[in-house]
Design a binder for this molecule. Structure first.
Ligand code: GLA
Ligand code: ZN
Length: 672
């Protein structure tokens, strides 16, 4: 399902907090003019409007929202309507204190802030269903409505109230059925932690890893359950209006791979920290990784529900975007699969915590500003890219990023705990594909169909379920190419260590068993040799014994000439293993070679300069320069059409700092 169909192209929009401006109607009038000027075709409204919509229990005030809908509709804009549960009204907390979360010490959190309601509270769920029912009944058939935006940025902050604890114990009963099997899974013989009744279980004991992991899983599941409960009236009353909820940057304590299965369209809020380092390349790679994860959740286009039109106000230092960066950052989202460029927010708030967060219309209140001009320019570019809406990219490579693995690894007390950096390591592997212009998905081990890919990387997949191990085995035996690294397959889904060699259940597939994992301290710099080059090893290094694999890289004498990189033929495929953390230079080289060797689709451009990203989507090639300097890119023999200027382009082009070029392959006369 693509919401682009409603506007015949990509969406360009913003959060519109109309209710904050009711006392300044002349500003609201100007908005309509400015929105048209900036080619804004969609607004997300109602995100935090509960106290304005329901001033006391059962007392509704929809007039302002009616007016907002009608004015935007007449002005040619579509609407994404939010449910207001992201922030609760004071009367609700006062009347039903159970809607506020409880900390582990039993103290209820005071009313205020946002994103802090109890997900189990019967009263909160009832109140949400009531208001959402009203919204669906009132606006469900409005011609401007295209999408439901359920709540806002759900998170996994746990609540320890009696209702949540009871729900957790029920969740455990479903998972384990008996206390005996729970005690076995949690290894409670350790430190005398055996439970003899369900009521004894309290999820605040970091020494029981199984318990902590299940509590994290439960909290994520509870959030999904809450989302389903508050979406029910929307689905029932407006079955034709798709439903989304805006995800955040991982990791916020939610298993988004699982959550994704319950929404119609993925959307997320993208806030890169541009210009906080001298080189924006690493931030661009990280942002690309998050975008690609969003595209991979459901294997289809997503929406960038929020992004900052300027600087935010929640970082220690937030930089204004340098010339070109706004368009570049917006186009990056589209290039990776977004069907929208949307902002937080349209108009900068006068008061409250976010009053210094840049918006499309600043406190100056006019369209004659740098930020507005950049937004308007982006609007006109987006309009020219309508052919891209709804299209996909052919992908043969994937990096696995597993939220639950991140939690388990976070809980684990390893022999090196400083610098575990799970997410960073996944991004490092992904970075090799980004730099080579090779499209790459970012997938969850449990939900993804491995068989769709030619090459899958499993970085630090410490917690490997038996099911995933079987999927990996099948994938390789059918001809797939897999790469696993140090710290893979150490524990099973109950966080219990595999006995008999790691990677657990896969030692025959990888043709090796890890005997121990050594820690590398900061002052050490062991090396391994591969392909005639010396490469640095850092952080972790496995001592392995080969049982079928051959060594492709070998540590130098400081590490006893042990294997460092191995390959093993298994069935029709190949299983590679990298025994140590390495520097980026090795990663970049290794995956380039691997893609060549195993014929993973490469980029049409032969040479991609550092800091430049090349992405293809729906037959359109996006070339994006994240360098703060001019950069030359060679297009090879092909002739292209510049989609923004309609000029023919070939040969060598010069991209300005933070510049982009968007190209369609030019058809020769007679060519189909
Ligand atoms: C998030 C929220 C918005 C706003 C922005 C500020 O993404 O969803 O309501 O607070 O951050 O950056
Ligand atoms: Zn609770």
């Amino acid at each position: 399902m693509s919401v682009g169909q409603f506007v015949g192209g990509l969406l360009h929009g913003a959060d519109y907090n109309y209710e904050q401006w009711l006392d300044l109607p002349e500003q609201l009038d100007k908005d309509l003019v400015y929105m048209r000027e900036a080619e804004i075709n969609v607004l997300a409204v109602g995100v935090f409007s509960w106290s304005m919509l329901e001033s006391d229990e059962g007392i509704y005030n929809f007039e302002w929202l009616d007016q907002c809908f009608d004015r935007l509709h007449k002005n040619g804009q579509k609407i994404i309507l939010a449910t207001p549960s992201g922030s609760k009204p004071a009367w609700l907390s006062e009347k039903y204190p159970e809607v506020c979360q409880m900390a582990a010490d039993g103290i209820r959190q005071p009313h205020g802030g946002r994103h802090n309601h109890c997900r189990s509270s019967v009263k909160y769920r009832e109140a949400c269903v009531r208001i959402n029912t009203r919204l669906a009944e009132r606006y469900g058939t409005h011609p401007a409505l295209i999408l439901w935006h359920v709540s806002n940025e759900y998170n996994g902050i746990p609540c320890f109230c009696p209702q949540c604890l009871a729900a957790f114990r029920d969740w455990l009963k479903k998972r384990y059925e008996t206390l005996d099997s729970l005690n076995a899974a949690w290894y409670t013989a350790f430190w005398s932690h055996r439970f003899t009744s369900w009521e004894q279980i309290f999820p605040a004991d970091p020494s029981i890893h199984g318990l902590m992991l299940d509590w994290q899983r439960f909290t994520s599941d509870r959030t999904i359950d809450f989302f389903l409960a508050e979406s029910e009236p929307l689905r029932r009353i407006t079955p034709d209006i798709p439903v989304t909820t805006n995800f955040q940057m991982p990791d916020v304590g939610l298993d988004y791979h699982k959550f994704a299965g319950y929404v119609d369209i993925i959307s997320w809020d993208n806030y890169p920290k541009w210009h906080c380092a001298p080189d924006d390349g690493p931030e661009a790679i990280k942002t690309g990784f998050f975008h690609d994860m969003c595209r991979s959740y459901l294997g289809k286009p997503f929406l960038m529900m929020e992004s900052g039109p300027g600087a935010n106000s929640w970082q220690g230092i937030s930089k204004k975007k340098k010339k070109g960066m706004h368009l570049l950052s917006s186009i990056q989202a589209v290039a990776h699969g977004s069907d929208s460029v949307q902002y937080f927010q349209w108009r900068q708030s006068r008061g409250g915590q976010e009053k210094f967060h840049d918006a499309v219309i600043s406190h100056l209140g006019t369209d004659d500003t740098r930020i507005f001009r950049e937004v308007a320019e982006t609007g006109s570019v987006i309009k020219k890219l309508s052919a891209v809406a709804g299209t996909d990219t052919k992908v043969q490579a994937a990096v696995v990023y597993d939220f639950q693995n991140g939690w388990a690894l976070g809980n684990a007390q390893l022999q090196r705990n400083t610098g575990k950096n799970y997410q960073k390591e996944c991004i490092a592997q992904y970075g090799a594909f980004w730099k080579a212009g090779i499209p790459c998905d970012v997938i969850g081990p449990e939900y993804a169909d491995f068989e769709r890919y030619r090459l899958i990387v499993f970085p630090m997949l410490y917690m490997l379920s038996e099911k995933t191990a079987e999927k990996i085995r099948a994938f390789i035996s059918h001809g797939g190419v897999a790469v696993a690294t140090y710290l893979t397959g150490i524990v099973n889904e109950s966080d219990l260590c595999y006995i008999g060699g790691t990677p657990g259940n896969l030692t025959d597939v990888f043709g090796l068993a890890v005997e121990e994992t050594k820690t590398i301290a900061y002052y050490e710099a062991p090396e391994f040799v591969m392909n005639g080059n010396n490469w640095k090893a850092t952080h972790y290094a496995d001592r392995i014994r080969l049982c079928g694999a051959k060594a492709l890289g070998v540590f130098t004498s400081s590490f006893e000439e042990l294997p460092a990189v191995t390959a093993c033929e298994y069935g029709k495929g190949t299983a590679y293993y990298i025994c140590t953390r390495t520097r980026q230079a090795f990663i970049d080289w290794f995956y380039r070679e691997l893609c060549k060797k195993h014929s993973v689709d490469s980029c049409v451009l032969r040479e991609i300069p550092a800091g430049v990203s090349v992405r293809e989507r729906g037959g359109v090639m996006f070339i994006m320069n994240f360098n703060c300097r001019e950069t030359t890119v060679s297009l090879g023999e092909n002739v292209y059409r510049d989609m923004l200027t309609e000029e023919s382009i070939s040969g060598t082009i010069l991209l300005p700092p933070y510049g982009i070029i968007i190209l369609a392959k030019k058809r020769e006369p007679g060519e189909k």
